[in-house]
Design a binder for this molecule. Sequence first.
Ligand SMILES: [Zn+2]
Length: 303
Amino acid sequence: MMKKRWLVVLLALTLLLACTNPQTAEGAFTPAPTDTPAPTETPEPEEIVVIETPDNETVVYETPTLPPPPTPSPTPGPTPVPPPLAGLVIGIDAGHQSHGDLEKEPNAPDSDEMKARCSSGTRGIATGIYEYEVNLAVALKLQSILEEAGATVVMTRTENDVNISNRERAELFNEYGVDLAIRLHCNGTNDTSVRGAFMLVPTKEHTSFYNENVRAATAILDSYCKATGLSARKHNGITYRSDQTGFNWCTQPIVCIEMGHLSNETEDLLLTKDTFQDKMAVGIYRGILAYFDPDSTAEGGNP
Ligand SMILES: [Zn+2]
């Protein structure tokens, strides 16, 4: 009897355990699969970030607004190239004038020596054309080319019938503060076989721009001879003069070109020809260009 009652109790306990601890039962508890959808992520606005801290505080950061994406800039067009002599002031003195003025003027600011204000120069041995005419013809062509190249040009004269002394010509260049002055002349000698072009520059005592003058003279004579086919006369084509009133009164860089010899028949026929004068002007222009821009090619520039 006691044994039977114990079995009943044991059975009851077994049932009770089976009901209260299902995971220990055979066939093991497996949770039913759920169809719970995965949480969808709602994107935050780009500029705002929300962060939950461990203390369950919500912190909202505003991120910096991104700059707009770069838009391709339009391809730059060719920038206009300034004319090669823009901003420069260049003086041109067409040597002499139709009527010489034998009145005297001081040869230099600190000199008692007096010289004629202006002579009428030489003339062509074959053509009879006066030097002052050739000088002015080339000067006007050179003026045109230089202005086209952007330079401001100071002309001592644009006509033959004027009366301007050599000192006054130099002082005109000083007044305008020219960056470079060039005096245009043709030479004449008793020896009619002598020919060729050469340069005059002031001696060291008569200029503050000795090196500049020599450099300009070298560049101009080189280009001039290339453009005209004339040869350079004298040693290196440069002579140094202390007796030129037109130099001695000038406080700016200045050179003088003897463009050839009107006393030589061949050169007279060339120097007085309009188309040859075009070449003379272009040659001088290219030399001026080379002086101001040594990197330019010897043949550089227009025309
Ligand atoms: Zn002369």
